[in-house]
Design a protein around this ligand. Sequence first.
Ligand code: LMR
Length: 427
Amino acid sequence: MASRAGIVRWIFSRNRSAVAGARGMSTSWWRGVEPAAKDPILGVTEAFLADPSPSKVNVGVGAYRDDDGKPVVLECVREAERRVAGNLNMEYLPMGGSIRMIEETLKLAYGENSELIKDKRIAAVQALSGTGACRLFADFQKRFLPDSQIYIPVPTWANHHNIWRDAHVPQRTFHYYHPESRGLDFAGLMDDVKNAPNGSFFLLHACAHNPTGVDPSEEQWREISYQFKVKDHFAFFDMAYQGFASGDPERDAKAIRIFLEDGHLIGCAQSYAKNMGLYGQRVGCLSVLCEDEMQAVAVKSQLQQIARPMYSNPPVHGALIVSIILSDPDLKNLWLKEVKGMADRIIGMRTALRENLETLGSSLSWEHITNQIGMFCYSGMTPEQVDRLRNEFHIYMTRNGRISMAGVTTGNVGYLANAIHEVTKSS
Ligand code: LMR
């Protein structure tokens, strides 16, 4: 029952709207809306773009740049686009997305000759890149296991928190990064896995952890998988950087393959934003490994059902590009070569940044720059030092000290090292 005060407020607001309408004024529906906080990652790009300085450097967002600092369209993508242009129709995709794209995408995660794929045990839908895949999964988790929680590593990609928050799944955290060693807190991680209630959900980065660039070793993954089995936990892998850790997508799927060998039923978010450079095409895949084909059919139908009122069905263009590349052996080889090229350039920049800092006489250890892998270096710089980089040197990065190595080039690495040395030398 509505309270008396509630009814009075309702009558009052109706009268006010009627008066406003009669005077030809419109009601200010959104008066109470405050501006949202800036996104900690994409907000950095906004600030960078607004800076008129000619010496500005953006190592904020995780987006690959060539050695001239320019965005890259891969050759395999250019060729696939030539094949798409004017030759294919732009009809709606099915609710679950492009069947061909999904088939090829599953092979990358589960293995070219996976029995699980042959047995049709994987429920998979095309998703709006990795974010969309995570969000679909989070909504699915909430709908079918409303009392479950998600364990998220500390730290993680900032948007993971938003995704599970907006899906109303309670979040817990687990130890991951060890600030002193700038490496993995394996003991802390294993303790948290052991202490979580049986059957808990864990978000794991399959490779090239964002933001730390720190991955468990193969041996450690085996121990994690074993402990997950003991505890009956569910692993949800976010694989946004397949290919960027080692330069080889097959090797970067190792963690997932270990879990599969151990018989886990996993979930997986895949994205072509980074490894095909299809950032703005928003093409990815969500898969959930099921007990059998019947369960997979049911799960897929429910995932589609969640997508339908949100965006109906996914966009077609990126999916066509991916399908063409991955189903043509020559184009696929070209893609593999280009992924390796991107990963190698980043590795080269890690060495160059470290060498530059050492040559400047920094008394700090910068070993972690070359020990960490993937697109990011978790530098260990404080938010205040990051602010100085921005204010004094026009260098833009996220306030957690993450450097997107993909934005470092032969042309800016010296400038970057010098600025980092300046803001860190008294620490
Ligand atoms: C990043 O971490 O920089 C990327 O994944 C881009 C994003 O959407 O945050």
